[in-house]
Design a protein around this ligand. Structure first.
Ligand code: ATP
Ligand code: MG
Length: 237
């Protein structure tokens, strides 16, 4: 099991500073929500954790060891996986081929088989459609494939960027249930980025509110659901 500590990270796009010193902690086996409005820095944070954006300063510690100089592929090997914003599937490849892209760092065929079974068990619809082109699936189904692809690397920390984006409410709650079940049954930690703050806070053990590149509030999901500022800014209460 893995504990990830994000310490005071600063990230730039060119000259523009997108994260101004973000800190939070992901304890093993927890669901951690990152919420906040457009442009607050949530996706940038996940990219930095995955190794897709370089840190200007600060550090990332996995079980006490610094990982922020490792490449993305190395971090996949350490048990970190990202299902990116907008899904980013290969539309002209089959569902199964998309899943296998997520497994390309896994050398053991046995392990790949186990991950595939887990994905098919969590998302029976993905199994049914495994030979279809990914681009022919509904948005909700594509989201399931994107989460499945991330699971194919056998992660211990699964990062999901906006899994509810553009998906019918019924499918959103279905996917939310699956994420909860996955966390409960396998102990995989989840970092959940969501515009849908109510959903994310309800699902999470711990939560952080981002605003303009900073964490401005933190607490348990329940605490933040009851927080007057959060209610006014994100829950329309
Ligand atoms: N590729 C990029 N080039 C330049 N600036 C960027 C780039 N990506 C993001 N930014 C800027 O960095 C800041 C943080 O963006 P980020 O995408 O992390 O926000 P977010 O919280 O994920 O927002 P959203 O809810 O809209 O997905 C914003 O000011 C954004 O304009
Ligand atoms: Mg984003």
């Amino acid at each position: 099991m893995r504990t990830l500590e994000v310490k005071d990270i600063v990230v730039h796009y060119g000259l523009v500073e997108a994260l101004h010193g973000v800190s939070f902690k992901v304890e093993a086996g927890r669901i951690v929500a990152l919420v906040g409005s457009n442009g607050a820095g949530k996706s940038t944070t996940l990219k930095a954790l995955m190794g897709l954006k370089r840190l200007t300063s600060g550090s990332l510690m996995l079980d006490g060891k610094r990982i922020d100089t490792s490449h993305a592929a190395q971090r996949v090997g350490m048990g970190i996986a990202l299902s990116p914003e907008g899904r980013r599937l290969f539309p002209r490849m089959t569902v199964w081929e998309n899943l296998m892209v997520g497994a390309h760092t896994v050398s053991s065929a046995e392990q790949r088989g186990r991950s595939q079974e887990l994905v098919y068990e969590l998302f029976p619809r993905v199994k049914e459609r495994r030979d279809q082109l990914a681009g022919s699936l509904s948005g909700g189904e594509q989201q399931m494939v994107a989460i499945g692809r991330a699971l194919m690397s056998n992660p211990q920390i699964l990062m999901l960027d906006e899994p509810s984006l553009g998906i019918a409410p019924k499918i959103v709650s279905e996917i939310a249930q699956v994420i909860k079940r996955l966390n409960r049954e396998t102990g995989i930690s989840v970092i959940l980025v969501e515009q849908n703050a109510r959903l994310a806070l309800k699902m999470s053990d711990d939560a952080y509110v981002f605003e303009q590149g900073l964490v401005i509030r933190s607490g348990s999901g329940q605490e933040l659901l009851n927080d007057a500022f959060v209610q006014k800014a994100f829950l329309g209460i």
